[in-house]
Design a protein around this ligand. Structure first.
Ligand code: ATP
Ligand code: MG
Length: 429
């Protein structure tokens, strides 16, 4: 390589890969608050946290999510590991949680097992507002036990409680039932037959889906298809008795919990494993990507992955969109400034400053201790820029007299404090 080429190589500026991004401190404060609230709310409903790997055998997702889905057929980050097994970055976590349930014999535990998770997911989608290639989900799963409708309602109640605690604005819950292995296939055939009759007036995506996944046609946002879709047969009219009863009971249970919902017969989930209850929650300020949570029942999934027949239900919240909506409605907390800036000068003040910083930090105050000596004027300017509330001024005079100077930066008032009083005085302020 020529010297010029090396130089050019050195000068290369790196950027985050398309669809991924850095979250900087101003934003992570809100992310942390959301996650902390999730930990608290989920715990009050008896959920325990599970952390599953970020990559799994490709086959796990192919089997669980479904090979025909967009996620598996074109959105996964798949690569060959050195031992030539195919692995994929997780596009979602339900498959992993079910795998873990089986792997750790959790069916031996008191049922149902309630688990929640949070972390990054990866899908190679077209990046846009609210849609990233590395995005974050907070989700929960209830595995085992019965399929009592109260469980469906409680799972929905967990999310709604979480959103309420965060004061998320414009929350709208939509629910639907998409039937079971008995009734859904018959409905899908009926739907397919009806769709074939109107095929020519549908767009290319929907035309393709008549074959691969007719239910997804109902999802279409295409303006030209809306009038056609409105006339299609509705699954609610074709549920078997058990599914119809279950759906009615879920709605009663939601009423009992004071959870407001809308019914949306066109709500079908993108993943193959869903059955019966499906739900979606939207929030304001998100434009067209306004779904902040999707969930539903998936009774067959654990068995499909080689486990015993197991009831299952869960949801995933899109954390990026949740944060975006909170930011749009002005719910972002102010970036945390320092509490105390220690302005010190002189070698003897240096030791005192280090000691004061330790005491303050142990008491929980945020402290900035400049690493090198600065003139007091410059130090105070720096304290202002950092948004510190107080400056603790330590010079030769202060150290000899034992009377320290504490300056309140908003109004410039000063007071004398002793080392012993410092913490108590700050707390009083
Ligand atoms: P969408 O219809 O918006 O693509 P989805 O049906 O693919 O959503 P799920 O797989 O059910 O979504 O995931 C649950 C939630 O995760 C979504 O409601 C959304 O908030 C979030 N989500 C999904 N994909 C992305 C992404 N690429 N970027 C950011 N958030 C996402
Ligand atoms: Mg999607």
């Amino acid at each position: 390589m020529s010297e010029g080429a090396v130089k050019k190589e050195e000068r290369r500026k790196f950027q985050a890969i398309k669809g991924t991004r850095d979250l900087l401190p101003q934003e992570t404060a809100l992310w942390n608050r959301a996650e902390q609230t999730a930990h608290e709310v989920f715990a009050t409903f008896g959920f325990g946290e599970i952390r599953v790997p970020i990559f799994e055998p490709t086959e796990l997702f192919a089997r669980a999510v479904g090979g025909e889905t967009d996620i598996v057929s074109k959105e996964m980050y798949t690569f060959e590991d050195r031992d030539e097994t195919s692995v994929s970055l997780r596009p979602e976590a339900t498959a992993s949680v079910c795998r873990a349930y089986i792997e750790h014999g959790m069916q031996q535990l008191p049922q149902p097992v309630k688990l929640y998770y949070m972390g990054p997911m990866f899908r190679r989608e077209r990046p846009q507002k609210g849609r990233y290639r590395q995005f974050y989900q907070i989700g929960a799963e209830v595995l085992g036990g019965t399929d009592a409708p109260a469980i469906d309602a409680e799972v929905i109640e967990v999310v709604m409680t979480f959103f309420e605690k965060l004061e998320l604005q414009g929350v709208q819950l939509s629910v639907n039932s998409i039937g079971c292995r008995e009734c859904r296939p018959k409905y899908v055939e009926l739907l397919r037959a009806e769709l074939l009759k109107v095929k020519d007036s549908l767009g290319p995506d929907s035309q393709r889906r008549i074959d691969t996944n007719p239910l997804r046609v109902l999802d279409s946002k295409l303006e030209s298809e809306q009038a056609i879709i409105a006339k299609l047969p509705r699954i609610g009219d074709h549920l078997c008795k058990e599914c119809a009863d279950h759906y009615a009971a879920v709605k009663r249970e939601l009423d009992l919990r004071g959870v407001k919902y809308r019914e949306n017969w066109r709500l079908v989930r993108g993943l193959d494993y869903y059955m019966r209850t499906t739900f979606e929650i939207t929030a304001q300020g998100l434009g067209s990507q306004d779904a902040v949570c999707g969930g539903g029942r998936y009774d067959g999934l654990v068995e499909l992955l080689g486990g015993p027949p197991t009831k299952g239900l869960g949801f995933a919240i899109g954390e990026d969109r949740l944060i975006l909506s909170l930011q749009e409605s002005g719910k972002a907390p102010v970036a945390q400034g320092r509490d105390v800036y220690i302005a010190w000068m002189g070698e003897s003040a240096r030791a005192t400053a280090i000691r004061a910083a330790k005491t303050l930090r142990n008491a929980g105050f945020g402290v900035e201790l400049p690493p090198v000596e600065q003139k007091f004027g410059k130090a105070l300017g720096q304290a202002d820029k950092l948004g510190a509330k107080y400056a603790l001024i330590l010079g030769d005079n202060e150290v000899t007299s034992g009377e320290w100077t504490l300056k309140t930066l908003v109004d410039g008032t000063q007071r004398k404090v002793t080392e012993q009083q410092l913490i108590a005085d700050l707390k009083k302020l």
